[in-house]
Design a protein around this ligand. Structure first.
Ligand SMILES: [Zn+2]
Length: 478
């Protein structure tokens, strides 16, 4: 049999994240990412419906959360679900994770533990700490393999080059896949206005030299609400390539300066709700607290991640919560107790202006016992993230009732994914033969320069042969 490169996309064409695709060459296969698009409003497991114990993987297949891919799940997890199991397949598969966002890795715990999953060491530390505290992904007992920036990983005849996009927190990568037939590139989350944008520019320069056949590119910011800030009539032909930050938009640095200014204004207690895996944010919060002469205090589970990741001994506040009390004897709580300092409710009440206190949504009732004079509740991208989550309105209601000033990190002029003109510049410079815009509600708005735009059909096989990419039923023979 003549070997060919086969590409199949399973998810993520029209959603924010959840991009999943495979590249197969002969018996070798790479699976790119294993996350799920975040949409609490439509989730089957709505935090009330419980995942079952022995059936949790096949249930996810049945309701369509997991992609139906042969050779990646264990037979004991599949039961009689009609897929070839990991034990039965003759494919040699490896999985690659760009970074530790749920839309890129939430489902990786369902994969057969014999299939290698590559993820940066820092991401592994954070995931393990999350798992220890019960906040990790649902997962079988498994190991991860390290990614070293710019050190290619061979999966049989397929080569994967991890291109570094961010070297703090869990690290961020893009992946360049090379087979004997050509090149396929996946940007992961792409951002050109971050403090580390130089790395994305370097990625672009490297790809320009390589001659890219197929590129999958994140274009989250092409959705109506963000695009209209830069292109009011939403006409994609008016998205002109430009490496500069659009006039009315902020860089990551400007955005952070603005956040610090709003913290400075608070006279009383500062409570914050952040996303606990974001070690860059944890570091910023700790630095800001230090500058403002405040102590940065975390709830136990967040404190444990901070301790494991930075090796610092954090301040800890114990919320009055049955679940937090139940954990007291857990190994991670004992470990944390030895490496942290407890800040009591009395300490905070005595000098509220001396503290920045983390408060996660499950423990939001704590607000009613905390001093609220001149106090602020900083919504620093913690859960619930936005109005698309039904819990968001409830959070706002409780903050109002507790009479804390609501301060949001949400800013009209800032967005965490690449601004459209900058993404267009990145894509035009690389100028791939086939552009697959994805990770977006409006992928069709990212237009190629000279190549063709393709939104692949889910589960359809495309063949890459001698740098030509086409659907299997149009020329690509089986
Ligand atoms: Zn993403």
């Amino acid at each position: 049999m003549d070997k060919k490169t086969v590409f199949t996309m399973y998810a993520g064409q029209h959603t924010i994240g959840g991009v999943i695709f495979t590249v197969t060459y002969g018996k070798d296969r790479v699976l790119m990412e294993f996350g799920s698009a975040y949409d609490p409003a439509t989730a089957v497991f709505d935090a009330i419906v419980e995942p079952r114990d022995r059936n949790w993987i096949r249930d996810k297949l049945k309701v369509g959360i997991l992609p139906k891919i042969d050779g990646i799940y264990r037979r004991e997890d599949l039961g009689d679900f009609p897929l070839v199991s990991a034990e039965e397949t003759d494919l040699n598969t490896a999985v690659f994770i760009t970074h530790l966002h749920l839309d890129h890795m939430a489902l990786m715990g369902t994969l057969s533990p014999e299939i290698p999953v590559y993820m940066h060491h820092n991401a592994q530390i954070i995931e393990r700490a999350l798992e220890a505290t019960g906040c990790g992904i649902e997962t079988l007992d498994r190991e991860y393999r390290d990614i070293t920036p710019f050190e290619p990983i061979s999966v049989g005849e397929i080569k994967v080059l991890p291109i570094l996009c961010r070297d703090t927190s869990y690290y961020d990568f893009a992946f360049l896949i090379t087979t004997p037939d050509g090149t396929i590139h996946w940007t992961g989350d792409v951002i050109l206005h971050s403090k580390q944008a130089d790395k994305t520019i370097k990625q672009m320069e490297l790809l320009k030299e390589k001659d890219i056949d197929v590129m999958l590119c994140d274009c989250t910011a092409f959705m109506d609400s963000v695009l209209k800030l830069m292109v009011p009539d939403l006409d994609e032909k008016k998205i002109m390539p430009n490496p500069a930050i659009p006039e009315n938009m902020l860089s990551e640095e400007e955005y952070h300066e603005g956040l610090f200014e709003s913290l400075k204004e608070l006279k009383g207690l500062c409570v914050f709700n952040y996303y606990q895996r974001e070690m860059d944010m944890a570091q910023d919060l700790m630095r800001w607290a230090e500058k403002l002469g405040r102590k940065c205090v975390f709830e136990p589970d967040a404190a444990y991640i901070v301790y494991k990741f930075f090796g610092v001994e954090p301040y800890v506040y114990i919320p009055d919560s049955p679940s937090v009390h139940r954990e007291v004897g857990a190994p991670w709580r004992r470990e944390l107790a030895e490496h942290s300092t407890v800040v009591s409710h009395e300490d905070i009440c005595a000098e509220p202006s001396k503290y920045m206190l983390q408060n996660s949504y499950p423990h939001i009732m704590e607000l009613f016992d905390l001093p609220n004079e001149g106090a602020g509740y900083i919504h620093a991208d913690g859960i619930p993230i936005g109005a698309f989550d039904p819990a968001y309105a409830n959070m706002r209601k409780i903050v109002d009732k507790a009479a804390f000033k609501y301060v949001t990190f949400f800013c009209e002029n800032y967005f965490g994914h690449g601004y459209p003109q900058m993404v267009k510049y990145f894509v035009d410079e690389i100028n791939p033969r086939v552009l697959i815009p994805c990770h977006s509600y409006n992928p069709e708005r990212l237009l190629p320069k000279d190549g063709i735009q393709l939104i692949p059909e889910s589960y359809k096989e495309y063949i890459l042969e001698n740098h030509v990419f086409s659907p299997r039923d149009q020329g690509g023979e089986k």
